[in-house]
Design a protein around this ligand. Structure first.
Ligand code: HEC
Ligand code: HEC
Length: 294
C-alpha cells in the first residue's frame, strides 16, 4: 500500500515537474516565433538582419545601437520622432534619402518580440530567409534586360497586359512620367524616379511583399510573379533613366492637371474618412474594371 502511494506521489510530482518545464520552454520560445512571424510579414520587404541594406537599413545589432523604447517609438511612428527632432531618427532618415518608413500598427509587446528575433538573428550567421535576388526565370539578370523586357514591363504597368494572377495594374494607383503613358492614380507616390531611390532589390522586395496596407490589400491574393516583377523593374529603371528627357510641357501640364484634380479630391473628402480618401484616390475606373473581371 505504502509502496503504491509513494509511487503515485512520485509520478504526480514528476508530471508536475514535466508540465512546468513544458510551460517554461513554450513561454521562452513563444516570443521568438511570434517576432519572427511579424518580422517576415511586415518588415522583410524593407529590412534584412545581417544581409545588408535594402529599402531601409540592415537591422543587425540595432538593439545595441538604440534603446528598446527608442525602437518601439520609431517603429510605431518614425515620422513623429523625426518631426520632434530626435537626432538619431533625423540622421537615419536623411541617410536613407528621406524614404518614409510607414507607421506600424503594432503593440509594445509585439515590437519587443521583434527585437528578440532581431537579437537572435544578429548572432551567428544572420537571417536565414531573405527576399530573392531579382532574376528572370530564364536566368537573365537586370543588366541584360533590353527593349522587349522594358516593353513588357510598360504593358503590365499601364494595364495593356493583364497580370497573371489578376492584380490591378500599377497605374490605377501610381503615375509615371514616361513617353505616352496615360496619367496614373493620384495619391500613391509617383514612381518616375523610384528606381534611383530604392534600387532594383528595393522595388522587387516591395512588389513581392507590399509593406503598404493599400497596396498589400490589392495584391494579397493576386501575387505578382517573379518574371512580372522583373519586367516591371526593368521598366521602372528605364523610366528613371529617361526622366530628364521627357518633354517638360507634357509633364508640367499633366502635373498641373493632377494637382488640380488632387486638390479637388482632397478638399472634397477632407471631412470624410481617411480610409475612404485613400480608396477614392485610386483611378477607380481602371481599378474596378480590373477587379471586376477577376
Ligand atoms: C517600406 C519600407 C519599410 C518597412 C515596411 C519597415 N521599415 Fe524600418 N525603416 C525603413 C527606412 C527607409 C528606414 C530608415 C529611416 C527612415 O528613412 O525613416 C527604417 C529604419 C528603421 C529602424 C531604425 C534603424 C536604425 O539603424 O536606427 C528600425 C529600428 C526599423 N526601421 C525597424 C522596422 C521594423 C521592426 C519593421 C517591421 C515592423 C520595419 N522597420 C518596417 C523602411 C521600412
Ligand atoms: C491599390 C493601389 C496600389 C496599386 C495597384 C499599386 N500600388 Fe504601389 N503603392 C501604393 C501605396 C499606397 C504606396 C505607399 C506610398 C504612398 O503612399 O504613395 C505604394 C508604394 C509603392 C512603392 C514605393 C515607392 C517609394 O518611393 O517609396 C513602389 C516601388 C510601388 N508602390 C510599386 C508598385 C508597382 C510596381 C505596382 C504594380 C505592380 C504597384 N505599386 C501597384 C498603392 C498601390
Amino acid at each position: 500500500m505504502n509502496v503504491i502511494s509513494n509511487y503515485v506521489i512520485i509520478n504526480v510530482r514528476f508530471l508536475l515537474f514535466a508540465a512546468l518545464i513544458v510551460i517554461s520552454i513554450s513561454q521562452f520560445t513563444y516570443p521568438q516565433t511570434q517576432g519572427e512571424n511579424i518580422f517576415k510579414k511586415t518588415c522583410i520587404a524593407c529590412h534584412t538582419i545581417g544581409r545588408g541594406r535594402l529599402v531601409g537599413p540592415d537591422l543587425k545589432d540595432v538593439d545595441k545601437k538604440q534603446s528598446e523604447d527608442w525602437i518601439i517609438n520609431f517603429v510605431k511612428s518614425s515620422q513623429r520622432m523625426i518631426k520632434s527632432g530626435d537626432p538619431d531618427a533625423v540622421a537615419i532618415f536623411n541617410e536613407f534619402n528621406k524614404i518614409i518608413m510607414p507607421d506600424q500598427a503594432l503593440t509594445d509587446a509585439q515590437i519587443k518580440d521583434i527585437i528578440i528575433y532581431i537579437k537572435q538573428q544578429s548572432t551567428g550567421s544572420g537571417q536565414k530567409t531573405m527576399t530573392a535576388e531579382l532574376v528572370h526565370s530564364s536566368g537573365m539578370t537586370l543588366e541584360f534586360a533590353g527593349k522587349d523586357e522594358i516593353l513588357k514591363g510598360e504593358n503590365l504597368f499601364i494595364g495593356n497586359t493583364r497580370l497573371m494572377n489578376r492584380g490591378p495594374a500599377c497605374i490605377s494607383c501610381h503615375n509615371v512620367n514616361y513617353n505616352n503613358a496615360p496619367a496614373g492614380g493620384l495619391l500613391a507616390l509617383d514612381l518616375t524616379n523610384t528606381f534611383s531611390k530604392l534600387s532594383a532589390t528595393g522595388i522587387s522586395a516591395i512588389i513581392s511583399n507590399p509593406p503598404f496596407p493599400v497596396m498589400n490589400t490589392a495584391y494579397k491574393s493576386h501575387t505578382i510573379t517573379q518574371d512580372e516583377a522583373f519586367y516591371l523593374v526593368a521598366f521602372l529603371q528605364q523610366v528613371n533613366h529617361d526622366s530628364p528627357n521627357q518633354k517638360p510641357v507634357n509633364s508640367q501640364s499633366r502635373f498641373l492637371l493632377n494637382g488640380i484634380i488632387g486638390t479637388v479630391i482632397l478638399f472634397g473628402l477632407f471631412g470624410g474618412f481617411w480610409w475612404n480618401r485613400k480608396r477614392k484616390s485610386v483611378n477607380q475606373e481602371i481599378y474596378k474594371r480590373q477587379i471586376k473581371s477577376i
